[in-house]
Design a protein. Sequence first.
Length: 204
Amino acid sequence: MRAVNLLPAKKDPRERQRKPNVVALGGVVAAVAVTAVMAMWFLNVSGAVTDRQSEVDTLHAELGAIPVPKPRDSSGDALAQEKAGRLTALSVALGGRIAWDRVLREVSLVTPDDVWFTTLQASAPSAPAAASAAAPATAATAGAFTIAGRTYSHDAVARLLSRLSIVPHLENVKLEKSVLGKSEGRAIVEFTISASIRTAGATS
């Protein structure tokens, strides 16, 4: 008969060492992979932080370049108020100015040939006074314009009255009196007409 060995066969010691080596190699590879991932994440985060810091530094530089506003000078406000007061006074003075040469020329142009004046009185309107703490402002006084003259009929007086009412510098034209009389054997009408003077601003 053939002899049979019933004892278990001995394993190769090199085969027992191969399995732990594979496990150790897998752990090293995993550690390297995790380290690589962490390194990439750190680099990305570091780059983003660097960009943000650059933006912050740029904004700080721009903010520092903005000039600081100078404090307001109170003397400039006083000069502006004084200038405004002078302009107001000048406007009031020019508003109350009357061009008498133009007024008289306009009246002469509308006066009929058969009418002549004996007296003419005129006064410029007064400018309103500015209000103060002690007294309120006073209203402007209208200028007066009064004509006394003669003609040959009441019709001529009515014609003069209607023509004076269209003169730009006159308003409230009205007949004060119109009396028929005689002079050197001829009928003569003596009349008086009054009106108000418009200011320069009202006639523009």
